[in-house]
Design a protein around this ligand. Structure first.
Ligand code: COA
Ligand code: ZN
Length: 314
């Protein structure tokens, strides 16, 4: 394990990735409440929503309203997904702190998710970065299906390196490798990170895992081992892309924070406050969320002996 890592930065994506495929319309005021609570819990980076087509993602149609009403703090970076110039214009008007553009490493998923080719996405990003630079807003680039595509299968590391090179050339501040349908495994993660570092040194890498096959936190351990200090996760372990088959939840932020703190890696997040956010989200959504620490509590939680029956033989 990489012993040098003492701090990790978590971008909480619960009100974006977490909510984007929820069927029940979530009240704008509930989103605002949750985001304010996340700030209070200590998050310094929050991906609060997406400036995408409201027809594509109706649940996030209120992004402009949400950001207008949340409490802003100078040390908290509010980011949102932006697919095109129209989204960038909305983002600039909303005075967000950072634009996150996204495309998919697979042509089939890019077509499903963004209705264009990868090349068309990259060409579109040129006008996004121009507007962002004129407005003094940094741009970060996501790559979806970075560790595998549900339509095309294996994604070549060469493709990820190529896109990351384009991102650097465009002037982005870093890349997020998105494991859209939870296809990442430790060897794939190791190989991808090493290839990027070798070919594009000094470019910030963020890891975004989904726990579809139960290895999300194992992949984080691999990321730490490779020296990666930026991760994205969702409170309650909710989330998933509506334009990918059988997409399921992101790695859960409470479980991630719990793991990191137990390893003496600081996140600046108050775990108890975060658990309360996840529990509030569970009430809002009206079903049991997949997060585990939010239900079990930290390992030293104490139970009363009076409430547990004693096994007797008679
Ligand atoms: N915000 C709001 N409206 C937008 C928009 C944006 N960022 N981008 C496009 N639109 C509107 C256009 O104004 C146009 O509206 P009109 O029909 O009233 O004229 C309409 O959407 C179609 O625009 P067009 O540029 O032809 O887009 P498209 O239909 O090819 O869709 C995207 C392309 C990128 C807008 C759409 O695929 C999208 O929003 N995808 C995001 C998917 C996503 O968020 N997935 C989850 C994250 S992994
Ligand atoms: Zn995701």
């Amino acid at each position: 394990m990489n012993k040098n890592i003492k701090n990790v930065i978590i971008t909480e994506v619960g009100t974006r990735d977490g909510f984007q495929s929820e069927k029940k319309t979530i009240d704008t005021q509930d989103k605002i409440l949750l985001i304010d609570d996340l700030v209070d819990a200590g998050f310094k980076r929050i991906e609060f929503s997406s400036f995408v087509s409201p027809k594509a993602i109706p649940q996030l149609a209120d992004a402009d309203q949400v950001i207008k009403q949340v409490k802003r703090k100078s040390d908290v970076t509010m980011t949102a997904l932006v697919p095109n110039l129209r989204g960038a214009i909305r983002a600039v008007e909303s005075k967000i702190d950072e634009i996150v553009v996204f495309l998919s490493a697979s042509e089939s998923h890019n077509k499903k998710n963004l209705n264009r080719t990868i090349n068309e996405s990259l060409i579109g990003f040129e006008e996004v970065i121009k507007l962002a630079q004129d407005s003094n807003i940094p741009v970060h680039g996501d790559i979806s299906t970075a560790f595998g595509c549900p339509f095309e299968g294996e994604i070549s590391v060469k493709k990820i390196v190529e896109i990351t090179k384009e991102y650097k050339k465009l002037g982005f501040k870093g890349v997020t490798l998105g494991d859209t349908t939870g296809m990442a495994t430790p060897p794939v993660v190791t190989k991808t990170i090493r290839e990027i570092k070798e070919n594009i040194p000094d470019f910030e890498i963020t890891l975004h895992f989904h726990n579809t096959r139960g290895v999300g936190l194992a992949n984080v351990l691999v990321g730490l081992n490779e020296g990666i200090t930026h991760y994205e996760s969702c409170f309650g372990g909710i989330g998933g892309c509506p334009f990918a088959p059988d997409a399921t939840g992101n790695i859960c932020t409470e479980d991630l924070v719990y793991l990191l703190h137990e390893m003496n890696i600081q996140t600046g997040v108050d775990l108890n406050k975060l658990i309360q956010v996840a529990q509030k989200a569970e009430t809002i959504l009206g079903y049991t969320l997949p997060g585990q620490v939010m239900h079990a509590g930290p390992r030293l939680k104490k139970y009363s002996v009076d409430n547990v029956p004693t096994a007797t033989g008679g």
